[in-house]
Design a protein around this ligand. Structure first.
Ligand code: NAD
Length: 298
């Protein structure tokens, strides 16, 4: 049995910690949101009232928080992880954050005598619930090997991407490609429909043809075609527009710092911004299909 400390018990952290508890591990969890805490308690997580209590006695401490600013605030300051954890606790951030935040966490951890691994995930809330997430790790080899064991109950596949921040770099590239693919699936679905094709038949053709992608397979934005698509449920979020915008923004930020040109990502970002400006930031990102519809209805 391992003692885990866990900060952030939301859509992802909730089911991830549930799998740890189910595997017989002890998880002490903290979240600012009482509803998230109550749901985690029901699946066997010991809920505590502070970061200090969550990290006490933990062999490994995970953070699963919305953005870089949340990660920095949870690690830093007198109430944060660095001030309250033992140096023997291994630190792992599984949030999707900017490379600068991840670099900051690595550097400060090293300066303070901690070991830190960036350990973002892919697979969505269904992968979190099923314990099949893909973990991509960045850090020192001995630290990434330790994290590999700690994430096993939550993971279908764990790949060491390289040194510090390599995991988060892989995650940013992956998600940028995902949202560009989603835009392609959206435009394809609308054009097929308005050329008179049966949506299910076209989806089957695309599935065995060169248009196949994860977004096309899983999020195809026409109702009644793919069981996992938010289009079946009035675009209620499985992956929110505003979180998708955050992820594409991380890629654009990385493009600026490297000089890489990302015109397709810029277009996706502008379309997600339009949805946010229309008050649809909490809907599913596959609502991007609205932009391809002749009259904006889907
Ligand atoms: P979420 O908003 O559902 O959960 C985040 C949780 O963090 C919330 O419950 C919130 O109350 C808590 N929190 C925020 N600040 C806190 C603080 N200072 N102290 C304690 N708790 C705090 O988000 P999520 O969907 O679980 O995503 C978490 C991260 O994982 C994000 O970076 C997201 O981009 C990434 N991610 C999400 C998915 C997905 O499909 N939802 C998939 C892969 C990666």
């Amino acid at each position: 049995m391992t003692n885990y400390g866990w900060i952030g018990l939301g859509n992802m952290g909730g089911p991830m910690t549930a799998n740890l508890a189910k595997a017989g591990h002890q998880v002490r969890g903290f979240d600012l949101n009482p509803e998230a805490s109550a749901a985690a308690a029901a699946s066997g997580v010991q809920i505590v009232d502070s970061i200090a209590e969550a990290v006490a006695g933990a062999e490994v401490i995970f953070t699963m928080l919305p953005k870089g600013e949340h990660v920095r605030s949870v690690f830093d300051g007198p109430d944060g992880i660095w001030a309250n954890a033992a140096q023997s606790s291994l630190l792992a951030d599984s949030s999707t954050v900017d490379i600068e935040t991840s670099q900051f966490c690595h550097q400060r951890s090293t300066d303070l005598g901690f070991h830190f691994v960036d350990s973002p995930v892919s697979g969505g809330i269904s992968g979190a619930a099923a314990g099949t997430l893909a973990f991509m790790l960045g850090g020192e080899p001995e630290d990434t090997e330790r994290v590999r064991d700690y994430v096993a109950p939550m993971s279908g596949k764990t790949i060491v991407a390289g040194a510090a921040t390599a995991g988060i770099a892989a995650k940013i590239c992956n998600n940028m490609m995902l949202f560009i693919d989603l835009m392609a699936a959206s435009e394809g679905s609308q054009l097929a429909e308005h050329l008179g094709l049966d949506p299910q038949v076209f989806w089957e053709i695309a599935s065995v043809s060169s248009a196949r992608s994860w977004a096309q397979q899983t999020w195809y934005p026409a109702p009644g075609v793919v069981p996992t698509a938010a289009a079946n449920n009035n675009f209620d979020a499985t992956f929110r527009v505003d979180l998708a915008r955050k992820d594409v923004g991380l890629a654009l930020q990385a493009g600026l710092s490297t000089g890489v040109k990302l015109p397709a990502a810029e277009l996706v970002s502008a379309q997600l911004d339009e949805l946010i400006n229309e008050g649809l930031g909490d809907k599913d990102c596959s609502l991007i299909v609205k932009h391809a519809s002749p009259d904006g209805t889907v």
